[in-house]
Design a protein around this ligand. Sequence first.
Ligand SMILES: Nc1ncnc2c1ncn2[C@@H]1O[C@H](COP(=O)(O)OP(=O)(O)O)[C@@H](O)[C@H]1O
Ligand SMILES: [Mg+2]
Length: 228
Amino acid sequence: MTIDEAINLNKPIIIKAYSVSESIEHYIKLVLAKILQKHNCEVLLIPLYTAVKELVVNAVKANQKFIYFEGKKSYESVFFDSEKALQLFRLEMTRSDAKYLDTLARKSNMYALTSITVIDKKLCIDVENPTPMNETERDAVAKKLKIAQQCEDITDYFLQAEEDDYKEGAGLGLVLITMMLKGMGLTQSNFIIDSDYEKTIASIIVPLTKATLQEYQKRISETTPKIA
Ligand SMILES: Nc1ncnc2c1ncn2[C@@H]1O[C@H](COP(=O)(O)OP(=O)(O)O)[C@@H](O)[C@H]1O
Ligand SMILES: [Mg+2]
C-alpha cells in the first residue's frame, strides 16, 4: 500500500527507525505533509516535523544508551559504574558515526516505532521505544513538562527551572515541544510521555481544526519581527 492510499483509507502509518537517517527524516516529513495537506493545515508542518523528529531522536538515543550499557554491564560487571558509563556513552556518542550505531541497533533489534494516524480530526502521533525510563528520569521529565507548561517562552523556563534541570545543555527538547504545542493553544494533555517497565511511549495529539490554526497563526504574527 502506498502512503497516499494509507492516508485516504485513514490507516495508521508506521515508521521503524534504528537511527535517524536522512531517509527516516524524509518519510516523517512526507507523511506529515500529506496528512496536513489533506486537512488544510500545511502551516503546521514545520513545528510538527520538528517535534516528531525530536521524539524519534530521543527514542533512538534511549535504545542506543540501553545497548551501550548492557554491553558495559556484561563485560565489566565487577567494575560497573553507571555514572562513569554514562560519561563514556556521551563521549562515544559524539564520536561515533550514525552508521555504526545503526548497525548496533539492528543487531539488537531495537528500534523506535512511530505511528501517525488521524482519528476524529485529531492527528495522533506515537513514538515508542522498548527502553523504559528509570524513576529518576521519569520524575525529571514530569517536572520539566510541568514547568514548561507554565512558561511563556524559553527565557522564562531558564528563570524558573533550577540549574540542575538544564545543566550540560541537555534536556530542552521536551521543553521546546511543550512550548510549541502551547503556541497552538494545546496543553499538557496533548503531549504525554508514558513509561512502564518495558517501554516508553511519547504521544502528541493535535486537533486539525480551525481553532488550532488560528492560535498558531496568532502566535506567529505576534512573534514575527516587523519590517518598516
Ligand atoms: N523515548 C525515551 N526513552 C527513554 N528516555 C527518554 C525518552 N525521551 C526522553 N527521555 C528522557 O528524558 C530526557 C530529556 O529529554 P529531552 O528533553 O529531549 O532532552 P535531551 O534529549 O537533550 O536529553 C532524556 O535525557 C532521557 O533521559
Ligand atoms: Mg531530546
